[in-house]
Design a protein around this ligand. Structure first.
Ligand SMILES: Nc1ncnc2c1ncn2[C@@H]1O[C@H](COP(=O)(O)OP(=O)(O)OP(=O)(O)O)[C@@H](O)[C@H]1O
Length: 654
C-alpha cells in the first residue's frame, strides 16, 4: 500500500496572497449576471466615469428580473428532439402548469451535484420533472418526457444565452464577456458547472464571484458612509448565504462566509404545499395523499398558489387560497394567516441561525460590532425573517438595498473593475471550507484553512511512509475534521515514477492553487526524480446542507478527540522514520559496530519498538496503546545508538 506522510524535516511554507489586478484592460463591455435559483438578472455599467452607474438591463418583456425557467415543447419536433422549441423565463413560467414535466425550474439546486446526493433524491420526490443519473459522471441530469437528457449546466446555458441576447439588444452591441455570481457556499464542482454553463452560452466568464460579496460591492461602492463591517444575509429561492465583510475605502474584504446550498424559498413553498394537501385530505377523507401527489400538473398548480400565498403574507396578515379542480370535481378553498405561515416554516428560518453564528465566530466579530446588515434575496421580504435577523444582530437591517437586483449590480461592478472601467476597487474573497490532503494513518493535513483569502497558493513538503516507495496517492479533502474519513474527498492525484528511496527521504512538494473563481488546482512534484503531476479538482458532488452543518458541528464536538488521534499518529510517524533510519545505519555499519557489547541488546530493542509500531498501525484507534512510551523508547534508542557509534569509532582508532 502506498503511504504518504508529512516530511519529518523543517517545513517550507510558501503562502502568498495575490491581490487582484485592477488595471487589466478589457476594452469590451462586461455584463454582470445573477444566475438565481428562481430569478435571474443582468446588469452593466452605464457610465464608466460613474461607479454608481450599474444598471439593470430589462428583458424583452420589460421586466428587471427573469424567472430561471426553461421549458421544452415536446410536440414541436417529434422527429428530432434536439430541435424542440425552447421557452425561457416568463414565457416558460406561463405554460408551467400545462407542461409541468418539461418545464425545468430551480435546476440550480442540482448544478454540479451527484445523482446519489441526498438532496437530489429528496428533490426527485417533489419536482414535477424527471431527474436522471448521468452514466458518464454520476451527476444529476434532467430528462424531458420524450427523453432528451440535459445537464443542469445546459439548462443554465439556455438561460444565460437568453440574458446575453437581451443584453445585446438593449446595448446594441455584441456581448461575450461576463461575470457570473454563485452562492458563496458553492463548492468547486458547482462553480465549474456554472462556468461551463457560461461557456456553452458563448460567454467568456471572466470571473465567478460570490453572491453576498457582489451584494456588498453594490452596497458599498464609492460611498464612505458605507465603510465598516457589513453582514450580508442572503436567502433566495434555493440557497442561503451569510458573509461578513470589511469595507474600507474601496477594499472589500470578506472576513468569513457560511451558508446552506440547499435552503431557500423552494423549501418554504414545499412546506406550504404539504400543509394544503393535509388540510384538503382532512376535509375530503375519501381522497388519499398519493392520489394528489402523483399528478404532476396538480402539484405544480399547488406549488404556484403556495408561493403566491407566501408572498401575499409578506404584505397582509391573512390570505385566501383557492384552487378549482384539485382532484376530479373537488375544489380547494382555505385561508392562511401570517402567524400560521411563520409557525410552519420556523424550523426552516431557524436553520439560518447556526451559519450566521459560525460566520461571526470565524470573522472574530461580535454581532453588536456589525455596522450594517444587508438583506438579499426575495425571501428576506418575509417579516418573520426580518425580525429573526434583527434579533440576531440587535439592529434593523438596512432598507436601502433592493434584494432582487443588488447581486446583478455587484456583478456588473466587478465586471467594470475587470474591464478597467472602474478603478480603485479591490475584492478579496475567501474559501468556504478547509482544504488539505490525507497523510499517514488517515490524518487530515490542512493546507488552506477555511476563510482564507483567494486567490491563494500554498506549497508544503511531504514525504513517503514506506521504504522504496515509487508512487504516492494524494487524496484531496475538504472539511473541518482531523481525520479524512470524516471529511469529503474531492479529488485524487497520483504521482508515480519517483526514485525508490528510504521512507522520509523523498521530498514531495504539494501545491494548492485556488484561483479568484474559487477553483482549485493541485500539483505535486518530487525533486530528485523530477516527476510532476497536476489536476484541477472536480469533486463528485456538492456538500449537502446536513453535511455542511454536520461538518462544523462534528468538528467542534470532536476537536479534542481528533487532535489526540492526530497527535498519536504524528508521534508514531516520527518514531517509525527514526527507527528505520537507525536500523538502516546499523545495517550499513554492521562490521564496525557488531562487536560492541551493547549491539545485540540495541538490535533486540529496535525489533521490539518496530513490533510495537506495527501493532499500533494495525489498530490505530486503540487508545490503550502507549504511543508516548513508544516515542520515548525510540528517542532513548537513538541516544544509545549514537553512543554505540562513538564507542565503536573509538575502538577502531585504538
Ligand atoms: N414578498 C415576498 N415574500 C416572501 N418571499 C418572497 C417574496 N418575493 C419573493 N419571494 C421568494 O423569494 C424567492 C426568490 O428569491 P430570489 O429571486 O432572490 O432568489 P434567487 O436569486 O433566484 O435564488 P438563489 O439566490 O437562491 O439562487 C422565491 O422563493 C420567492 O417566492
Amino acid at each position: 500500500m502506498l503511504r504518504f506522510g508529512r516530511l519529518n524535516c523543517p517545513k517550507l511554507n510558501i503562502s502568498s496572497r495575490l491581490l487582484y489586478s485592477t488595471s487589466s484592460q478589457v476594452v469590451k463591455k462586461v455584463i454582470g449576471i445573477d444566475l438565481g435559483t428562481t430569478n435571474s438578472a443582468v446588469a452593466y455599467i452605464r457610465d464608466s466615469n460613474d461607479k454608481k452607474s450599474a444598471t439593470i438591463i430589462e428583458n424583452d418583456e420589460g421586466q428587471r428580473t427573469t424567472p430561471s425557467i426553461v421549458a421544452f415543447d415536446v410536440k414541436s419536433s417529434p422527429q428530432n428532439k434536439e430541435q424542440m422549441k425552447t421557452l425561457v423565463g416568463m414565457a416558460a413560467k406561463r405554460q408551467n402548469a400545462v407542461n409541468a414535466e418539461n418545464t425545468f425550474f430551480a435546476t440550480k439546486r442540482l448544478i454540479g451535484r451527484a445523482f446519489d446526493d441526498k438532496e437530489v433524491q429528496r428533490d426527485m420526490s417533489i419536482m414535477p420533472y424527471k431527474i436522471v443519473k448521468c452514466e458518464f459522471n454520476g451527476q444529476a441530469y434532467l430528462s424531458t418526457s420524450n427523453g432528451l437528457i440535459q445537464s443542469p449546466s445546459q439548462i443554465g446555458s439556455i438561460l444565460l444565452k437568453y440574458l446575453k441576447q437581451v443584453s445585446e439588444e438593449y446595448l446594441g452591441e455584441e456581448v461575450n464577456l461576463a461575470v457570473i455570481t454563485v452562492p458563496a457556499y458553492f463548492n468547486d464542482s458547482q462553480r465549474q458547472a456554472t462556468k461551463d454553463a457560461g461557456k456553452l452560452a458563448g460567454l467568456n466568464v471572466l470571473r465567478v464571484i460570490n453572491e453576498p460579496t457582489a451584494a456588498a460591492l453594490s452596497f458599498g461602492i464609492d460611498d464612505k458612509r458605507n465603510n465598516g463591517l457589513v453582514a450580508v444575509y442572503d436567502l433566495g429561492g434555493g440557497t442561503f448565504d451569510i458573509s461578513i465583510l470589511d469595507i474600507e475605502d474601496g477594499v472589500f474584504e470578506v472576513r468569513a462566509t457560511n451558508g446552506d446550498t440547499h435552503l431557500g424559498g423552494e423549501d418554504f413553498d414545499n412546506v406550504i404545499v404539504n400543509y394544503i394537501i393535509d388540510t384538503f385530505i382532512k376535509e375530503n377523507p375519501e381522497i388519499t395523499r398519493e392520489e394528489i401527489t402523483k399528478n404532476r400538473e396538480t402539484m405544480q398548480r399547488l406549488k404556484d398558489i403556495s408561493e403566491r400565498a407566501k408572498i401575499d403574507l409578506s404584505h397582509v396578515k391573512k390570505t385566501v387560497i383557492e384552487l378549482p379542480f384539485v382532484y376530479k370535481s373537488k375544489h380547494l378553498r382555505m385561508s392562511m394567516t401570517e402567524e400560521e405561515l411563520d409557525n410552519m416554516t420556523l424550523s426552516l428560518i431557524k436553520r439560518t441561525i447556526p451559519p450566521v453564528k459560525q460566520a461571526l465566530v470565524d470573522a472574530d466579530i461580535e454581532a453588536e460590532n456589525i455596522d450594517e446588515v444587508i438583506l438579499v434575496g426575495g425571501m428576506t421580504r418575509m417579516p418573520k425573517i426580518r425580525s429573526v435577523v434583527k434579533d440576531l444582530f440587535g439592529r434593523s437591517p438596512n432598507s436601502s438595498v433592493n434584494p432582487d437586483e443588488t447581486v446583478a449590480l455587484g456583478a456588473a461592478i466587478q465586471g467594470g473593475v475587470l474591464s478597467g472601467e472602474i478603478k480603485n476597487v479591490l475584492l478579496l474573497d475567501v474559501t468556504p471550507l478547509t482544504l488539505g490532503i490525507e497523510t499517514f494513518g488517515g490524518a487530515f493535513s490542512p493546507l488552506i484553512p477555511r476563510n482564507t483569502t483567494v486567490p491563494v497558493r500554498k506549497t508544503e513538503i511531504f514525504s513517503t511512509g514506506v521504504d522504496g516507495q515509487t508512487g504516492v496517492d494524494i487524496k484531496v479533502f475538504q472539511g473541518e475534521r482531523g481525520l479524512v474519513r470524516n471529511n469529503k474527498l474531492i479529488g485524487d492525484l497520483k504521482l508515480t515514477g519517483i526514485t525508490p528511496l528510504p521512507k522520509g527521504i523523498p521530498q514531495i512538494y504539494v501545491t494548492f492553487d485556488i484561483d479568484a473563481d474559487g477553483i482549485i488546482n493541485v500539483s505535486a512534484a518530487e525533486k530528485s526524480s523530477g516527476k510532476e503531476q497536476s489536476i484541477t479538482v472536480i469533486p463528485n458532488s456538492g456538500l449537502s446542507e446536513q453535511e455542511i452543518a454536520k461538518l462544523v458541528e462534528e468538528a467542534n464536538a470532536n476537536r479534542a478527540q481528533d487532535n489526540l488521534i492526530r497527535q498519536r499518529l504524528e508521534l508514531i510517524s516520527k518514531a517509525d522514520i527514526m527507527i528505520s533510519d537507525t536500523e538502516n545505519l546499523f545495517k550499513r555499519y554492521e562490521k564496525l559496530i557488531s562487536s560492541e557489547m551493547e549491539y545485540p541488546k540495541i538490535v533486540n530493542d529496535i525489533k521490539a519498538v518496530k513490533q510495537a509500531i506495527k501493532d499500533f498501525k494495525t489498530n490505530e484507534n486503540d487508545m490503550s496503546i502507549d504511543v508516548n512510551g513508544i516515542k520515548k523508547a525510540t528517542d532513548a534508542l537513538q541516544g544509545r545508538a549514537l553512543k554505540l557509534f562513538q564507542s565503536a569509532t573509538k575502538h577502531q582508532q585504538q
